[in-house]
Design a protein around this ligand. Structure first.
Ligand code: KIV
Length: 283
């Protein structure tokens, strides 16, 4: 392992040292390399790839094969960041045996260093079994996207006191089961603050306010790769969709009017072979 390669040990230490943890998603080699070189602590191959990469309406159709395929590519771009892969819908809910096998595949075939799965109290036994065989687990509670049909859409969770209590129970159950960290998604900032105070392990927030121990965002949201999705909780640092569209429009124009390729972007024959190849043609 390289000298400054981050592991779950360093990530957990950051909470005790009061250092904020940064996390982003990546789904392929070039983005993984950019994010790693920029210094992000955690790279998550999220099942959000169902939407960002595969164009589905939600994360539910994503398969273990999809996750392994993308995790392998991301792995190649990483030198320092901790690499986590999501367990997709129905790869861990049916039985603990399934969960162990699929978590193992993400580590063994994909090259992930930890896995993430959704659910609190109901997943306690499953999480404990995965941790027991030596695979670090990140929890994910609150607005868990694999349960959108239960929630009736992507709605903030835990606004009512009884719901907030349930989410706190979920967080405690996961910590007891041995997760090294928990993603808190789509919950009020007061609740995220409370959970982050109660737990010894780091909380990583998305749509959960500023009091979490770290933050995660989908990279495509951060750079504005698509102009379709702009919820309150994301911050756009750049509008890459505009930059790309303008570049493509320029390219189309250049090709159509004959400005590209010119001599600068072309190859020439070796010296002494400059005469026309076919009689009558002019170069
Ligand atoms: O799938 C994903 O990208 C995620 C993060 C946004 C937390 O689960």
């Amino acid at each position: 392992m390289e000298k400054d390669k981050l592991t779950i040990v360093e990530i957990q230490k950051m909470k005790t040292e009061g250092k904020k943890i940064t996390a982003l998603t990546a789904y392929d080699y070039p983005f993984a390399k950019l994010l790693d070189e920029a210094g992000v602590d955690i790279i998550l191959v999220g099942d959000s790839l169902g939407m960002t990469i595969l164009g589905y309406d939600n994360t539910l159709p994503v398969t273990v094969e999809d996750m392994i395929h993308h995790t392998k590519a991301v792995k190649k771009g990483i030198k320092r960041s901790l690499l986590i892969a999501d367990m997709p819908f129905m790869s861990y809910q049916v039985s603990i045996e399934d969960a162990l096998e699929n978590a193992g595949r993400l580590i063994k075939e994909g090259g992930a260093e930890a896995i993430k799965l959704e659910g609190g109290v109901v997943m306690q036994e499953t999480v404990a079994a995965i941790v027991e065989i030596g695979i670090p687990v990140m929890g994910h509670i609150g607005l868990t996207p694999q349960s959108i049909h239960k929630f009736g859409g992507y709605k903030v969770q835990g606004r009512k006191p009884f719901q907030a209590k349930e989410i706190i129970e979920d967080a405690k159950a996961l910590e007891d089961a041995g997760v090294f960290s928990i993603v808190l998604e789509g919950i009020p900032l007061e609740l995220a603050k409370e959970i982050s105070k109660i737990l010894k392990i780091p909380t990583i927030g998305i749509g959960a306010g500023p009091f979490c121990d770290g933050q995660i965002m989908v990279i495509h949201d951060l750079i504005g790769l698509s102009d379709e999705f702009k919820p309150r909780f994301i911050k756009r640092y750049i509008e890459v969709n505009e930059i790309i569209k303008n570049a493509v429009k320029e390219y189309i124009k250049d090709v159509v009017v004959g400005d590209f390729p010119g001599e600068d972007h072309s190859y020439f024959m070796e010296k002494g072979h400059l005469r026309p190849i076919i009689k009558g043609t002019k170069i």
